[in-house]
Design a protein around this ligand. Structure first.
Ligand code: OOG
Ligand code: MG
Length: 262
């Protein structure tokens, strides 16, 4: 177990790396015995630091919910984090790479809740009942670790690499929506670079929302009504550079476009 002082030191280390956009070595190199609880304690401390500066939580996120993401990063379990309103982009906005280290973009499906979700026995039926609408979303991740090299505890402490996110304008009700067979195709500069369906996300993206409620229940937390929940990258993340144009085609939903400023 880390001490309170060590938790503070590590939260400051990842926070500084983000604010200076300067990569650091993964924190488990210095604290190899860190546990999951320690890692989430660092993430909580990081959240307090951000809130203390006037930032606001814009939503919650799951990570590593698809095999493609797990294999890309060499990890095998879902994790959770938060996004801050400061990092929110709206559909049509251009992404600036200023302040980012090595951004990658993920195609995601986001849920917005109309009522609270409580674990530890949250299931897909409960998620469906609590969902206001679903929307296409992109997440821009930017690990604070050199070369995106980390283990689960390091990436949890680094708030699951969260940096920016784009929420689509379209709002779809779950009724009549085939979220499992929803096709998602990612194109970069006109070429298809990744594709899969909603099923890639834990068999059903609603399962990722249930899993979040169940993970939060371990520390007595819930997902409040009104929360935006990012369910995790459907495919592997795609590296982007200034001048790139990313188009994610959600079959039947339309496209989400992200231009990266030159
Ligand atoms: C961690 C973030 C994972 C997702 O959607 O799977 C994530 C990373 O890959 O750096 O946000
Ligand atoms: Mg993500």
């Amino acid at each position: 177990m880390l001490t309170v002082a060590e938790i503070e030191t590590l939260a400051e280390r990842v926070d500084d790396a983000e604010r200076k956009a300067r990569a650091i070595t993964k924190i488990t190199d210095d604290f190899p015995t860190m546990t999951w609880e320690d890692a989430y304690a660092v993430q909580d401390r990081l959240r307090q630091r951000k809130l203390g500066r006037g930032e606001q939580v814009g939503g919650l996120k799951m990570g590593f919910t698809s095999l493609a993401k797990m294999e890309q990063m060499g990890v095998h379990e879902p994790i959770h984090g938060f996004v801050t309103a400061h990092g929110r982009l709206n559909e049509g906005d251009t992404l600036s790479c200023a302040g980012l280290i090595h951004p990658r973009v993920e195609a995601e499906i986001a849920f917005v809740l109309k009522s609270e979700l409580v674990g530890p026995d949250c299931d897909i039926a409960a998620v469906i009942a609590a969902t206001d609408y679903v929307t296409p979303a992109l997440e821009v991740i930017d690990s604070r670790y050199e070369n995106f090299r980390f283990d689960l505890t390091s990436v949890i402490a680094d708030n699951t690499s969260a940096a920016r996110y784009v929420v689509g304008k379209a709002r779809h009700s779950l009724a009549g929506l085939d979220r499992v067979n929803l096709e998602v195709v990612v194109e970069k500069n006109g070429a298809v670079v990744a594709r899969d369906t909603g099923a890639a996300v834990m068999g059903d993206p609603a399962q990722a929302v249930a899993a979040l409620a169940n993970m939060l229940a371990r520390t007595g937390k819930t997902i409040p009504a009104g929360t935006l929940v990012m369910t995790g990258g459907v495919t592997e993340a795609v590296g982007v550079a200034p001048g790139d144009r990313l188009v994610v085609r959600y079959a039947g939903w339309g496209d989400l476009v992200l231009n990266i400023a030159a």
